[in-house]
Design a protein around this ligand. Structure first.
Ligand code: NAP
Length: 294
């Protein structure tokens, strides 16, 4: 058996085309393009690459991009002052602070300083609480992408045994909340889980976000299950160059699963596409316009 490949790149392309059309409609109504501000502190190369992608995608879909790069030794006070300025800027609809922040910065305080109405990453405690309460909220983009990809394989997620491996606040926890909202039966496994392989084998829908290259083996997957691999890990390739692999041993898993996301080209492109959707939603909500049709 060979699994169906859930092509996140293609799906993200379709979403971005709709985003561009909606951005034009919203820009006409606002008299300015919807705007996304990204704040990055320090020189983390992976973060710099994500920020470049976000900026490019924002501009390509006709939105305004405001990129703020601060040196690694920026003080907490200066970061909070910039966030306050962007909160007050009427041309900024969405505002995100790229993680991780340097060791000297209190990330929780920085995330809580973002106006919840501009919090397109969904990391503000108010949005976290609203999601957990089943209320409308800004939801982190990576878990939203996981749900959209899972729905490519399943008309409904209701009643599925869903196992989420990883409990970070940016992926695992919000993904588990979304799956509960879809009426799946949800198990969250993590580094203290006693028998991870057994937990994985229960899953009709297995979502993995742990940051460990090819950790989940083919033998841990229930035949026919859907596998959503969030991991992005750079490893040395046979040719000596770096290459990216997921948290799932793809070559093994593809022989057992019913459907699987590739790495790269699965969850990653969906994350940025859904960030653009969240930015449009923020622009519409702030201006009292109809929500974007994406
Ligand atoms: P994280 O904050 O480091 O959290 C990792 C989670 O995995 C933790 O909950 C940890 O458990 C768990 N874990 C670690 N080792 C484990 C093990 N051996 N067995 C079971 N659980 C284990 O990571 P993250 O930010 O969620 O990211 C996870 C992966 O997704 C990374 O590869 C990251 O690059 C990728 N990612 C991709 C996207 C995208 O757009 N595609 C977005 C975000 C992240 P404890 O809580 O017990 O420590």
């Amino acid at each position: 058996m060979t699994a169906r490949i859930l092509d996140g790149k293609a799906m993200a392309g379709e979403i971005r085309a709709k985003v561009a059309a909606e951005a034009a409609r919203i820009a006409a109504a606002l008299g300015r393009p919807p705007g996304l501000a990204v704040v990055m502190v320090g020189e983390n190369p992976a973060s710099a690459s994500y920020v470049r992608h976000k900026t490019r995608s924002t501009l390509e879909t006709g939105m305004a991009s405001f990129e703020h790069r601060l040196p690694a030794d920026t003080s907490q006070q200066d970061l909070l002052a910039l966030i306050a300025r962007l909160n007050a800027d009427p041309t900024v609809d969405g505002l995100l602070v790229q993680l991780p922040l340097p060791a000297g910065i209190d990330s929780s305080e920085a995330l809580a300083a973002v106006d919840p109405a501009k919090d397109v990453d969904g990391f503000h405690p108010l949005n976290v609480g609203r999601l957990a309460s089943g209320l409308p909220a800004f939801v982190p983009c990576t878990p939203l992408g996981c749900i959209a990809l899972a729905k490519k394989a399943h008309a409904s997620l209701a009643g599925l045994e869903a196992v989420v491996l990883g409990r970070s606040r940016i992926v695992g926890k919000p993904l588990a909340q979304l799956l509960l909202g879809e009426n799946a039966t949800v198990t969250i496994a993590h580094s203290k889980t006693r028998d991870i392989a057994a937990a994985c084998r229960r899953a009709d829908l297995l979502c993995v976000a742990i940051g460990k290259p090819e950790f989940v083996r083919g033998g841990w997957i229930k035949p026919g299950a859907t596998v959503i691999d969030v991991g992005i890990n750079r490893v040395a390739g046979a040719d000596g160059k770096g290459r990216f692999v997921g948290d799932v041993a793809f070559a093994e898993a593809v022989e057992v699963a019913g459907a699987i996301t590739p790495v790269p080209g699965g969850v990653g492109p969906m994350t940025i596409a859904l960030l653009l959707v969240n930015t449009l939603s923020a622009a519409c909500a702030r201006a009292g316009l109809k929500a974007p049709a994406v």
